[in-house]
Design a protein around this ligand. Structure first.
Ligand code: PLP
Length: 393
């Protein structure tokens, strides 16, 4: 539509949300679709958090909050950073936003000038590249493969750096690969970055607690990285609070001020009730959500076992988040039930139309050989979905 801006015409629709919409549409036509495409825990919000929100309504938290978030929420976030990550972020180093997605958009808008390059180890979370492009930055994908557990090596990082490199963005645990960078691996990347003091890092740690190996490591805690790392986190995944839309960052004060200024013109700050409930969520010991982590762990083992029985699926062992990211490139060039499979998008569509299972093409995440399967679904659904997939292959 030429009445719309180039900005929006050039933007891709979120592939994960598009797949979810397509699955809903097919369900509306009476098809029994199993949705394994969305990055959303299938648990209810724990009752103690719901109670905190109800209390906040009764206490009339109904006005605009401070743009960067309530001071006592920022204190709870500061305590959480110390408790879980051994990071010191004072109140002037924290901004609360409408989901980590907005935190990322704020960062792009305040840090990037036209043409600034942002290194994205691929596969990366689907929105990174479009958020960067919206801010007129240039995403520079660094492809990794299943052979390095989808992690970028220091050599690959070094090779991707140019005089225009402004930032590097990554998530660990990673959406979509489930890979978790260990301390040695992060130190390796930090060694390279030490030689390039003008490069900033966005460390997206939203899956921090959903880590089956234990011992989450924040790159901001690695020597030399604190001042130039922006640590992004939120409550969507760990507390099953996706719809309540609270995310936050810890960063240098000047970055925080800029994000607050930007947000002050765009949203005026995050939802008041959800902010109050987030205080309660973050103050709770991690043991309160351990049942979800344990359940995801069990399901990961289940789905790896089931997928392992399907010939042609190449799997890594994801150590966190709630996705598997099998390499299905062995099917490329084959014809299944009259449908030619040329790429991962054809494969995902084939599964949707023939097995009634919604997954997401790896192309959306910068990896054309894989598909992403979310296992944030019940054991019964997972068993049924994988058996259907097996049957149509
Ligand atoms: N970062 C990653 C890696 C994600 O997977 C997601 C959600 O899917 C987000 C950020 C956004 O989270 P939020 O719901 O806080 O906006």
């Amino acid at each position: 539509n030429n009445h719309l801006s180039e900005r929006i015409n050039n933007m891709a629709t979120s592939a994960t949300l598009a797949m979810a919409a397509k699955a809903r549409e097919l369900r509306g036509q009476g098809k029994d679709i199993i949705g394994l495409s969305l990055g959303e825990p299938d648990f209810n919000i724990p009752d103690f958090i719901k109670d905190a929100a109800k209390k906040a309504i009764d206490e009339n938290y109904s006005s605009y909050s401070p743009v960067d978030g309530y001071a006592d929420l920022k204190q709870a976030i500061s305590n959480k950073f110390k408790r879980d990550n051994n990071l010191d972020y004072g109140l002037s180093q924290i901004v609360v936003s409408t989901g980590a997605k907005q935190s990322l958009a704020n960062i792009a808008m305040v840090m990037l000038n036209k043409g600034d390059e942002v290194i994205l180890p691929a596969p990366y979370w689907v929105s990174y590249s479009d958020i960067v492009k919206l801010a007129e930055g240039v995403p520079v994908e660094v492809p990794t493969s299943i052979d390095t557990d989808f992690k970028m090596t220091p050599e690959q990082l070094e090779a991707a750096i140019t005089p225009k490199t402004k930032m590097m963005w990554f998530s660990s645990p990673c959406n979509p690969s489930g890979s978790v960078y260990n301390e040695e691996e992060l130190k390796g990347l930090a060694e390279v970055l030490k030689k390039h003091p003008n490069i900033f890092v966005v460390s997206d740690e939203i899956y921090e607690h959903i880590n089956f190996r234990g011992g989450h490591i924040s790159i901001a805690g690695i020597e030399g990285m604190y001042d130039r790392t922006i640590t992004v986190n939120g409550v969507s995944k760990a507390f099953a609070m996706t719809g309540w839309r609270i995310g936050y960052i810890g960063a240098a004060e000047w970055i925080v001020k800029a994000c607050t200024k930007f947000q002050g013109q765009i949203t005026s700050g995050a939802n008041a009730i959800a902010q109050r409930a987030t205080i309660t969520a973050l103050e709770a010991p991690v043991s309160k959500i351990q049942f979800m982590i344990d359940e995801f762990h069990k399901r990961r083992d289940l789905i790896l076992g089931l997928l392992g029985e399907i010939e042609g699926f190449k799997l890594n062992v994801p150590e966190g988040a709630f996705y598997v990211f099998p390499d299905i490139s062995s099917f490329f060039g084959k014809t299944l039930k009259g449908t030619k499979i040329n790429n991962a998008s054809d494969f995902a569509l084939y599964l949707l139309e023939n097995a009634n299972v919604a997954t997401v093409t790896g192309e959306a995440f910068g990896n054309p050989n894989c598909i992403r399967i979310s296992y944030a679904a019940s054991e019964k659904e997972l068993r049924e979905a994988i058996s259907r997939i097996k049957a149509v292959l």
